[in-house]
Design a protein around this ligand. Structure first.
Ligand code: SER
Length: 596
């Protein structure tokens, strides 16, 4: 069965169970400063798992684009990817364990659906601890469906608990479904799905999100019992196709073939480099589709890192030309029917071109610096008679930090010249000079949840007022290009060609503070995208087609689509002050502001 059919079947199945099919959210979380990328289907739904009403109802399903870079070093093996699609269905306080498990079973085994023989399945359930009881209910449901006791593993929190994605937030016990990939057609009578990863591959996870983990580490009941499920499309495709790895499915084979046409070394001779190139460029293509450009901070930094790693692996398989745009083009053609945001091909390919060109320049520049270093070693030898055999950590770090020359390249050059590199010293120097923004980016990868504290909620509402104020003072060409909120400040990027004058900044502050002084009630209603546009609501409409959206109105001041949350009255905001107005990139300005 092809991936396209699996995706379609999944959505069709849950549509039949009265789920609204929602589009994939963008890879960049819209209002979540704690993570760089959407890491799971539940991620954009956190506010609704916490109790906000969702405009599309309380049964949702979709295929969500996800990026997880925690396992970047594992990419190249059979299953790890940085970009993947996760199919999921959600109950927001509606159905719970019984329906979730019965429907998972029906979709997996039903003739019309995946048609997996029941003998090939096994499951695991939560074994219970001080925070939550053993999940006998789920085990009972599986048994009632025909899964025998010996195919049910009872496992602790480490295995059978999902979330929160960050330090706090919705989470709960889960039940995981496994598929037998062992050598024999059917699993032996006694087999352990929880502790035999070689033979049992996890294909689906039903999470029963009924707890909220607090800052103190306590698990409190959520105001509603939710279901959050996730099935990795690439993995389930591989399993159903009996493929050795996700890269042997039609989701990757055409990419591998394209790479093979450009390389002197074949796939079978270096699967790792091929897989890294295919995975990383697929992730970078989707990032570009959502508007990310390679840079040295945040999402742009990750994209740059993925692209440059792919380019380096291109060298390993002896690709002698610029190739990233060629591969990206292939990926766009394969995926744009399902993800129309990939359709601005020209712009995406230009991004790839420019980055590859710049990286080559960087490499050449770095190589010249290495050469200078080697000449220095030679001179030292002539002067002192002592041969230097190692590039020091500091020298390697300088190449990296000042010239952007990757450590791997320094290692390679060193090896070619019979030298070693003090890698430990490099790491030490790196740690000493940690670039805060880059480190911030790394940390944000680790995951985290939308922060719904009072402080960020107030800043969310202030952002709407700021957006409205900018359009009033500067003109209707102002459009949101980015928003990032922490407990301390808001950051808002918007299109505007010039630096703002002091007067304009004052006027904008005045507008927001007047709206606060008026202490207006913030209203929220649900409407279709078209209605919202007709009512002249502003906000990020991209990626929202034919969907219902929430419109927040601050009567007389602002009307904007947004998932929330917001304060009830503008008077709660205090005093608004712009701390900084600066350029973000060409044609985009950035404001940082606080509430005092
Ligand atoms: N959030 C869960 C996961 O990522 C289920 O979707 O596995």
């Amino acid at each position: 069965m092809f991936s396209k059919e699996i995706r379609e079947k999944y959505l069709q199945f849950f549509k039949g169970k009265r789920h609204a099919i929602i589009p994939s959210s963008p890879l960049l979380p819209e209002n979540d400063p704690t993570v760089l990328f959407t890491t799971a289907g539940m991620h954009p739904l956190v506010p609704y798992l916490l109790g906000e009403t969702h405009a599309q109802g309380n049964r949702l399903a979709n295929a969500q684009k996800c990026v997880r870079t925690g396992d970047i070093d594992e990419v190249g093996d059979n299953t790890h990817l940085t970009f993947f699609e996760m199919m999921g269905n959600w109950s927001l306080g509606d159905y719970f364990k019984k329906e979730a498990i019965e429907w998972s079973f029906e979709f997996l085994t039903g003739k019309k659906w995946l048609n997996i023989p029941i003998e090939k399945l096994a499951v695991s359930v939560f074994s219970g601890d001080d925070d939550a009881p053993k999940d006998d209910e789920s085990a009972g449901l599986w048994k009632s469906l025909g899964i025998p006791e010996h195919k049910i593993a009872y496992l602790p929190k480490k295995n059978n608990w999902w979330g929160p994605a960050g330090q706090t937030g919705p989470c709960g016990p889960d039940t995981e479904m496994f598929y037998w990939v062992g050598k024999s057609d059917l699993p032996p009578q006694k087999s352990d799905p929880g502790n035999d990863e070689k033979n049992w591959v996890e294909i689906w996870n039903d999470v029963f999100m009924e707890y909220n983990k607090t800052e103190e580490g306590k698990y409190e009941p959520l105001i509603q019992k939710n279901v959050d499920t996730g099935m990795g499309l690439e993995r389930v495709t591989a399993v159903l196709q009996d493929a050795k790895s996700v890269y042997e499915t039609e989701l990757f084979q055409p990419i591998i073939e394209k790479i093979e046409a450009l390389a002197a070394i074949k796939y079978q001779e270096n699967t790792t480099s091929y897989r890294i190139i295919a995975d990383h460029l697929r992730a970078a293509t989707f990032m570009a589709g959502d508007g990310v450009k390679p840079s040295n901070v945040d999402q742009g930094y990750v994209m740059r890192r993925l692209m440059r790693r792919a380019i380096r692996h291109g060298k390993n398989i002896e690709i002698e030309q610029d190739f990233t745009a060629i591969i990206a083009k292939k990926i766009i053609h394969m995926m744009s029917e399902i993800y129309p945001e990939l359709n601005h091909e020209e712009e995406i390919l230009k991004t790839f071109h420019d980055e590859e060109e710049q990286f080559r320049k960087t490499l050449n520049h770095g190589l010249k610096e290495v050469e200078k270093l080697l000449i220095g070693f030679q001179i030292a030898l002539e002067k002192t008679g002592k041969k230097i055999t190692e590039i020091s950590g500091k020298q390697a770090f300088r190449l990296y930090d000042t010239y952007g020359f990757p450590l791997e390249m320094t290692l390679e050059e060193a090896q070619k010249n019979g030298l070693t590199v003090d890698e430990k010293g490099f790491k030490k120097a790196f740690a000493e000079h940690q670039d805060l923004s880059r480190m911030g980016a790394e940390q944000k990868f680790a995951g985290g949840l939308q922060d719904h504290s009072e402080a960020t909620t107030r800043l969310h509402t202030a952002t709407h007022l700021l957006h409205a104020a900018l359009r009033k003072v500067l003109g209707d060409h102002v459009a949101q290009k980015g928003s990032n909120i922490t407990a301390e400040r808001l950051r808002f990027d918007f299109s505007h060609p010039d630096k703002m004058t002091q007067e304009q900044i004052k006027e904008v502050e005045q507008f927001v503070n007047d709206a606060i002084a008026a202490d207006v009630k913030v209203e929220c209603e649900t409407s279709t995208v078209d209605e919202a546009k007709k009512k002249r609501a502003i906000g990020l409409f991209e990626g929202k087609y034919g969907e219902k959206v929430k419109v927040y109105t601050i009567p007389g001041w602002s009307k904007e689509i947004c998932g929330g949350p917001h304060v009830e009255h503008t008077g709660e905001l205090g005093h608004f002050r712009i701390k900084k107005e600066e350029s973000s990139s060409a044609g985009i300005r950035r404001i940082k502001a606080i509430l005092g």
